[in-house]
Write a protein that binds this ligand. Structure first.
Ligand code: EPU
Length: 418
């Protein structure tokens, strides 16, 4: 079993480049299916979730190949419209293939997706929307079987929650549907805008993305394009946290500062100095003593992202005073709390609220990753801790972080992967 051994207490200083976003790469790769042509996707990180997407594309009949950070997908020929259980279970976002395969082949047969266990994670919003667009869907024994006679039909869809995945699935399915689709209460995350930019570059007619109402005028066919994935705002949050807990100073390059607004506000509240010197880069300087973050409430974008909750909790855990977190997106996203407590954190949980009483410093111990962002929170805690922190179940970290250990070591950390 592989593990990370972190010798904590090192002061981090230097520069780091932020790689492409996992949560953009995955829907964009799924959407390449619709093109029936060649797409080149740049700035794709090396992640097991991206590898899982490539496996699905290759199974479906596409040729999907990586060359450094570029992924080349030729989707001229599709030979399957099902996705085997084993591939579906490799990641949660495999559900994003539903709209793409259905729109391209008129049929999609796949099982319920795997991924992080953050709660119940239903897909009712996806299925309801596709039904409203004319798909007939049967769900039996964990298999979702969707069919459509000819092209899907445009529809006015009112989402009960601005689900990121459902908004993406609908945008993809609607791109080549007959007529106009309007998504009200759509997700507004930067990754939604990146998917829209990709689809529009392929000839789709999507407008309103980034706001709560997205309009998609269906076109008959799409073509290939070259697209560059946006930087990963949660990876950026991770390096900001690494600086904050080590009294460090780190310059982040390759970012979109606007995407980080609620995250930067939290770091500023904790006493960190954030300076934007040039477009695409910021420098964070940690204070001598971190201040608490009074009220972190996770919300759909542009609110504070749930994916940064665990990471910021490791910062709050070593601030002087009491911080309060409220997790509003997932019903089981505090699994990292038990592991942070093993490292000395003082955190009380009641339902969706976590009250964090700051301690002076974490103390190293043996811990297990519980999910992707929980794993990152443990790395942050380990960087601060006295003594050695050993983290197992690294498969979670590998789903979302490309070169984290190497980059942190270049900044001055002492981490070994055994
Ligand atoms: N929901 C429903 N029904 C649905 C869909 C969602 O009830 O049909 C609920 C979910 O159960 C959850 C909430 O709505 O409580 C939000 O789910 P959403 O669909 O927005 O999330 P997702 O598409 O499954 C993406 C990211 C997550 C991120 C969330 C929220 C990808 C691949 N995943 O998931 O990322 O936390 O949006 O921003 O884009 C991560 O990267 O660590 C991660 C978990």
């Amino acid at each position: 079993m592989s593990r990370l051994v972190i010798k904590g207490g090192k002061h981090l200083e230097g520069e780091v480049y932020i790689h492409g976003a996992k949560n953009s790469s995955l829907p964009v790769l799924a959407a390449t299916i619709l093109c029936g042509d060649i797409c080149e996707i740049h700035n794709c990180p090396y992640l097991t979730d991206v590898d899982a997407s490539l496996k699905i594309l290759n199974y479906l009949g596409c040729t999907a190949l990586r060359e450094n950070d570029k992924i080349h997908v030729d989707s001229k020929i599709l030979i399957h419209s099902d996705i085997p259980d084993k591939l579906m279970h490799e990641m949660r976002s495999s559900i994003i293939f539903l709209g793409a395969v259905l729109a391209r082949t008129g049929r999609a047969r796949l099982s319920f997706p795997g991924g992080c266990d953050l709660g119940s994670r239903p897909i009712d919003i996806h299925l309801k929307a596709l039904r409203q667009m004319g798909a007939s869907i049967e769900v039996e024994k964990g298999i979702i079987d969707c069919r459509t006679e000819g092209r899907l039909k445009g529809a006015h869809l009112q989402l009960t929650f601005p689900s990121v995945g459902a908004t993406e699935n609908i945008m993809i399915a609607a791109a080549t549907a007959r007529g106009e689709t309007i998504i009200s209460n759509a997700a507004r995350e930067p990754e939604i805008c990146d998917l829209a930019a990709f689809l529009n570059a392929c000839g789709a007619k999507i407008s309103g993305h980034g706001g709560g109402v997205i309009t998609i005028e269906g076109v008959e066919t799409l073509h290939g394009c070259s697209h560059t994935i946006i930087p990963d705002r949660i990876i950026a949050a991770t390096y900001l946290a690494a600086a904050a807990v080590t009294g460090g100073k780190i310059k982040l390059n390759g970012i979109v500062t606007d995407h980080l607004t609620p995250i930067l506000a939290a770091f500023e509240e904790s006493g960190c100095l954030i300076e934007e010197e040039a477009e695409g880069s910021i420098t964070i300087t940690a204070p001598k003593v971190l201040k608490p973050m009074k009220d972190i409430r996770t919300m759909p974008y542009p609110g504070f992202p749930t994916d940064a909750q665990a990471i910021l909790m490791s910062v709050a855990a070593v601030a002087e005073g009491t911080s309060v977190f409220v997790e509003n997106i997932f019903d089981n996203r505090y699994k990292h709390v038990g592991e942070l407590r093993r490292l000395g954190a003082n955190i009380n949980l009641e339902g969706k609220v976590a009250v964090v009483e700051g301690i002076k410093r974490f103390s190293g111990a043996d811990v297990q990753s519980t999910d992707l962002r929980g794993a990152a929170a443990l790395v942050i805690a380990g960087l601060n801790a006295s003594g050695e922190t050993r983290i197992t179940r690294l498969r979670h970290l590998d789903r979302g972080y490309d070169g984290l250990v190497e980059s942190l070591n270049l900044l001055g950390a002492d981490i070994t992967r055994m």
